[in-house]
Design a protein around this ligand. Structure first.
Ligand code: FAD
Length: 473
């Protein structure tokens, strides 16, 4: 049923309550806009994929797995624990509490800024008009002055391996498991596949990872993928690279590696091959916005997709990461409110909560060379770090990429324990075009993994401390 034909006039509409949408609503409200935020799942949906089925629940699972794994590892260092049991049903309750508290916190912030939250699914049907299907079956209409669209993304599926939620799972299913599966095949060695595969292995599953490309974390510095591959194998995870999924047979997942087909058995198959933007079925084209063939929305530097309409987050080109969505949210809210604001970061840092962790910031060596820079590279191995030794690290490094022409750090790539926390320092260095001497001249606390960035910079400065290596061209 349609509630009236007359649309309610509103100032600024936000569609989606994830890290893009809620951050945009808050910033727009701070700028004096009257904001209506429409979220399919209402108040319970605030926080979006990130809070409910992404960043936060996955890191909670990884933490549980890590505690079990380290407890077992530290037997050799004198820790005596007779037995460790994992109760995933209890984990789900614990994780649910965290998710609920964070989602509730977003609701409180929105209420404080007088953002009106409407539960319903929005579809654009004119350049400045949206229909919202309410949970009770009714439909209401809004006519807006400006809109920010942040409907996020959904897991990609393989046509020959459709998700059934029982045998074939996506990341959301994995994060809701009530029992640790005996064996798992993960399809995809991107960050979500590596994170979930590692966590399940540490919880006791026998894990196999199958990847069509020739490396783990294929979009990162190749040396990072090599470290991670060795580490996955040390955890007992079998990895097939260059392996294409053929289909699901009686005995397991059939994959083709080169000319040969083989069957990989697993109680469950987890498909983690990426995500597609949720731009279908929201009628965005009726606003004049244009979609690229991959489903992302074409936007300018202000994130405008059409007059008065911005798109942000997983909908736009670039890495599908929460902090990118939030950064774009500020730009969109400001530019639609008359401020000069652009999204042009030198680096969108990426971190992977693998074992060891990965932080990748700015240009890779290959990308810097492709831009014609006079590239120099310095790498500090974590085997020379005292803190890494106490954390039981087997290998890892901090690699700085420098543009000699500008005397500036243009990239930093780290693999090792706790390096996710160093991504921000590296991003600051890249954004401020810090010289290697700026980093070398900054005192880093001992004993921390952050010293590895300092040590890499000292190599550039010609005064390496705990290594004898020099700068590579
Ligand atoms: P979303 O968070 O997807 O929010 C979109 C919202 O829009 C949803 O709440 C949805 O219900 C709502 N919606 C959709 N359509 C409509 C409609 N028509 N009307 C009304 N509402 C609608 N990123 C990181 O940075 N770090 C991590 O460690 C990390 N880990 C991840 C782990 C997993 C397993 C997954 C799946 C993702 C992870 N991500 C991580 C990615 C991160 O979750 C996303 O990049 C981020 O949530 C995108 O934010 P968004 O606001 O664009 O969209």
């Amino acid at each position: 049923m349609v509630v009236g034909e007359v649309a309610e006039g509103i100032d600024l509409l936000v569609v989606g309550g994830g890290p893009g949408g809620y951050a945009a609503a808050l910033r727009a409200a701070q700028l004096g806009r009257q904001v209506v935020l429409v979220e399919s799942d209402g108040l319970a949906g605030l926080g979006g994929t990130c809070v409910r089925v992404g960043c936060i629940p996955s890191k909670a699972l990884i933490e549980l797995a890590e505690v079990r794994h380290r407890a077992l590892q530290f037997e050799a260092a004198g820790l005596c624990i007779p037995s460790i049991e994992v109760d995933l049903a209890r984990f789900q309750a614990w994780k649910g509490g965290i998710v609920e508290a964070l989602s509730h916190g977003v609701g409180t912030l929105l209420r404080h800024e007088r953002v009106r939250v409407v539960a319903g699914t929005a579809t654009f049907n004119k350049p400045n008009r949206v229909a919202v299907a309410l949970p009770d079956g009714n439909v209401m209409f809004f006519e807006f002055r400006s809109a920010i669209v942040a409907t996020g993304s959904q897991p990609l599926q393989l046509p020959m391996l459709p998700r059934d939620g029982v045998r074939v799972l996506d990341s959301t299913d994995v994060l809701a498991l009530a029992e640790v599966p005996q064996s798992v095949v993960v399809v995809g060695a991107g960050y979500i596949g590596v994170e979930l595969g590692t966590a399940l292995a540490k919880l006791g599953s026998r894990v196999t990872i199958v990847e069509a490309l020739r490396s783990v974390l294929p979009w990162m510095e190749p040396a990072i993928g090599r470290v991670l591959l060795r580490s996955l194998k040390r955890l007992g995870i079998e990895v097939f690279l260059g392996a294409e999924v053929v289909g699901l047979g009686e005995a397991g997942l059939v994959v083709r590696v080169g000319d040969a087909e083989r069957t990989v058995d697993g109680a469950v198959i987890v498909v983690a091959i990426g995500r597609r933007p949720s731009t279908h079925e929201i009628g965005l084209e009726t606003t004049g916005a244009r979609l690229a063939p991959d489903g992302t929305v074409e936007v300018d530097a202000s994130r405008l997709a059409a007059p008065g309409i911005a798109a942000i987050g997983d909908l736009t080109p670039g890495p599908a990461l929460a902090h990118k969505a939030t950064a774009e949210a500020g730009v969109a809210a400001e530019s639609l409110s008359g401020l000069h604001s652009k999204f042009d970061p030198l680096a969108v840092p990426a971190v992977v909560f693998s074992d060891p962790e990965v932080a990748s910031v700015g240009l890779t060596e290959a990308a810097a060379r492709a831009l014609g820079m006079d590239v120099a590279v310095a790498q500090f191995p974590l085997t020379a770090s005292g803190r890494a030794a106490t954390l039981g690290a087997k290998e890892g490094f901090a690699r700085l990429i420098v543009d000699r022409g500008e005397d500036a750090v243009v990239g930093a790539h780290l693999v090792g324990p706790l390096v996710s926390e160093l991504a921000a320092e590296a991003a600051l260095a890249v954004e401020m075009s810090a010289s290697p001497e700026d980093v070398a001249g900054t005192i880093h606390p001992h004993p921390t993994i952050s010293e590895s960035l300092h040590e890499a910079a000292l190599i550039f400065a010609g005064r390496p401390l705990h290594v004898t290596a020099g700068v590579g061209d």
